[in-house]
Design a protein around this ligand. Structure first.
Ligand code: FEO
Length: 169
């Protein structure tokens, strides 16, 4: 059984993960608008992953006898000055999410909720990967500087991540 405090904190994180999906979908839209379809595809896959993170919270809340609720999602930014700026925002956002997960872990410990504490370990590890990935792409973009050729080559590489979602038809 979840305490009210933990249920509310888990629902807040469900909302934060859904916002992450919306943010990365918006970045995907931005990349498409500047004809970087590989980056757009990469970001859309990232958005789908975030929705999967949200679903993990959703499922866990129900598993523990709680009630998952979907709250209003803030509107994301819609424009960035450059691909580098979008990935700087991605890294900043992931660092913020790491902070949220760490606070949740602190709350689970304070409430002696061991099941939630264990559930959150997956997210602690995931955040290390998320920050490393965003930081790695940002570094590559910084190294490219203003090389348009380099950017288009990188776009082809980014496309290789593929799509993490089922075909619509
Ligand atoms: Fe759900 Fe990108 O962390």
């Amino acid at each position: 059984m979840l305490s009210e405090k933990i249920e509310s904190a888990l629902n807040a994180q469900l909302n934060a993960e859904t916002y992450s999906a919306y943010l990365y979908f918006s970045m995907s839209t931005y990349f498409r608008s500047i004809n970087l379809d590989g980056f757009a595809s990469w970001m859309f896959t990232q958005a789908i992953e975030e929705l999967a993170h949200a679903k993990k919270f959703h499922d866990f809340i129900f598993q523990r006898g709680g009630r998952a609720t979907l709250a209003q999602i803030d509107g994301p930014p819609v424009e960035w000055a450059s691909p580098e700026s979008a990935f700087q925002d991605t890294l900043n956002h992931e660092q913020k999410v790491t902070g949220l997960i760490n606070s949740l872990v602190d709350t689970a410990i304070q409430e002696s909720d061991h099941a939630t504490h264990i559930f959150l370990q997956w997210f602690v590890t995931e955040q290390v990967e998320e920050e490393e990935t965003a930081g790695g792409v940002l570094q590559q973009l910084k190294q490219l500087g203003s090389s348009q050729n380099g950017l288009y080559m990188m776009d082809r590489e980014m496309a290789k991540r593929g799509t993490g979602y089922p075909a619509a038809e």
